[in-house]
Design a protein around this ligand. Structure first.
Ligand SMILES: Nc1ncnc2c1ncn2[C@@H]1O[C@H](COP(=O)(O)OP(=O)(O)OP(=O)(O)O)[C@@H](O)[C@H]1O
Ligand SMILES: [Mg+2]
Length: 418
């Protein structure tokens, strides 16, 4: 044991106090004798001893009462209490133990017995303290290990996802541009034929129409053909336009610039992330964007994409996990600029109409590997990574949820603009 053990002795009989003090002091212990229970209690709280020897029969407050009060307070309840009683008193041993006493000594005192019991309990206490320290160390190591592992898994996952999406975007980009350019050219060329078709459609004077044209007019109905051409070309155009947006989204999403801070438009990040998720929520959930006036901020854009993807995917999963999703299921994304303690922050609020987060798991959702999803469908890393990303920007996140109504995650990122 490091420092000299400090033992408190509480007994209203002066001779008893003196005898015990003498026995313990000779062993090198620091002894603090108290003839009055109330005074001793105050001293315990001010300067907790390592062990307490406690007389049972005392005026004003007996030993049982003292023990009960000690055990009721979590700062001192672990101090071992050994009861002392004279042979003439009938000690209620069961009561002594049930109140939290660890042992008892009978008077008159036998030196060896007192020392044996005191030494044993001091040692036990020491073992317990050592074990608690080891336990805390183990818990810390375990959580560091989990953190490291989650970062590793995530960086692997993101690196391969980034490479993959960048590759796909690159591959699709050329043919899509090709289709888009051809569709425009086709529309232009067809534009030249349409006036002719209109003339054929409207021409009624038989003598002005050749037999071939007449046959064509009968077979084809030029009016309907014009509408079909217009509709089909505009379909091709909007399809190609949308594909271009998707490719753009993929490219923004996969920005492989993790190590570098850059100025970025958060709304653009959000949009490219929504494009990636579109197929998972279309027709089930409507996404309402309420974008406010926010400046471009200096951030890690790739990481922010990852952050938005994690939170949005959770929202989509949450709504889809409802047994009977209604017609008005939605995810709302709100952004604005707020001021707090003289600093500016971009606030991004993502709320959903899912089932909400049950009270009993709310404290754990940011823990690495915590998931309520089925084995194989969630790794439980999304939110812990998100938290790390937010912290790497010097921001923070708030969660509000009403069970049955939905959840709302609010992210605050310092608005650094230069
Ligand atoms: N919008 C939400 N609504 C309800 N519960 C949520 C929501 N977001 C997160 N949770 C709860 O928090 C848990 C942890 O989320 P987290 O994103 O860290 O992991 P996951 O989604 O389970 O798995 P992963 O994201 O790694 O695939 C979820 O399993 C879920 O129970
Ligand atoms: Mg998740």
């Amino acid at each position: 044991m490091g420092k000299t053990p400090n033992i408190m002795v509480i007994d209203d009989t002066a001779t008893n106090l003196a005898v015990v003090e003498d026995i313990l002091a000779k062993q090198g212990y620091e002894v603090r004798p108290f003839p009055k229970a109330a005074m001793a209690l105050r001293a315990v709280f001010n300067d907790p001893p390592d062990l307490i020897l406690l007389d049972i029969m005392m005026p004003e407050m007996d030993g049982y009462e003292v023990c009960t009060r000690l055990k009721a307070d979590k700062t001192v309840r672990d101090i071992p209490v050994i009861f002392m009683s004279a042979l003439t008193e009938t000690i209620d041993k069961v009561k002594a133990f049930s109140l939290g006493g660890v042992d008892y000594i009978t008077k008159p005192f036998h030196v060896d017995e007192v020392l044996a019991r005191v030494n044993t309990h001091l040692k036990l206490m020491q073992y317990r303290t050592d074990m608690e320290i080891k336990n805390r160390e183990l818990e810390r190591t375990l959580s560091e290990l989990k953190d490291a592992q989650s970062k590793l898994v995530q960086s692997e996952k993101m690196a391969s996802l980034g490479v993959l999406t960048a590759g796909i975007a690159h591959e699709i980009n050329n043919p899509i541009n090709f289709i888009n350019a051809s569709a425009r050219a086709l529309k232009k060329k067809l534009g030249k034929i349409i006036p002719l078709l209109e003339r054929i459609d409207k021409e009624t004077a038989e003598e002005k129409i050749s037999p071939i044209i007449r046959q064509f007019k009968e077979d084809t109905e030029p009016g309907a053909l014009i509408s079909a051409i217009n509709e089909l070309t505009s379909n091709i155009n909007s399809g190609a336009e949308r594909s271009i947006q998707i490719v753009k989204g993929l490219r923004t999403f996969s920005r492989l610039d993790e190590a570098e801070k850059k100025k970025a438009d958060i709304h653009q990040n959000m949009d490219s992330t929504l494009i990636l998720l579109h197929s998972q929520y279309q027709n089930i959930i409507s996404v309402r964007k309420e974008y406010g006036e926010i400046p471009d901020i200096i951030c890690y854009p790739g990481k922010l994409n990852q952050l938005f993807l994690n939170i949005l995917r959770n929202a989509v999963d949450a709504v889809k996990s409802k047994k009977e999703p209604g017609n008005d299921e939605s995810i709302r994304i709100r952004t604005d600029l707020i001021h707090q303690e003289g600093k500016e922050y971009v606030r991004v609020e993502i709320s959903d109409t899912g089932p909400g987060i049950p009270e009993e798991i709310r404290d754990r959702i940011f823990d690495p590997f915590f998931t309520s999803k089925d084995v194989g469908s969630g790794t439980g890393l999304g939110l812990s990574i998100s938290l790390a990303i937010i912290e790497s920007h010097g921001g923070w996140i708030d969660v509000k949820s009403e069970v049955g109504k939905g959840a709302c995650f609010t992210i605050y990122i310092p608005s650094e603009t230069s």
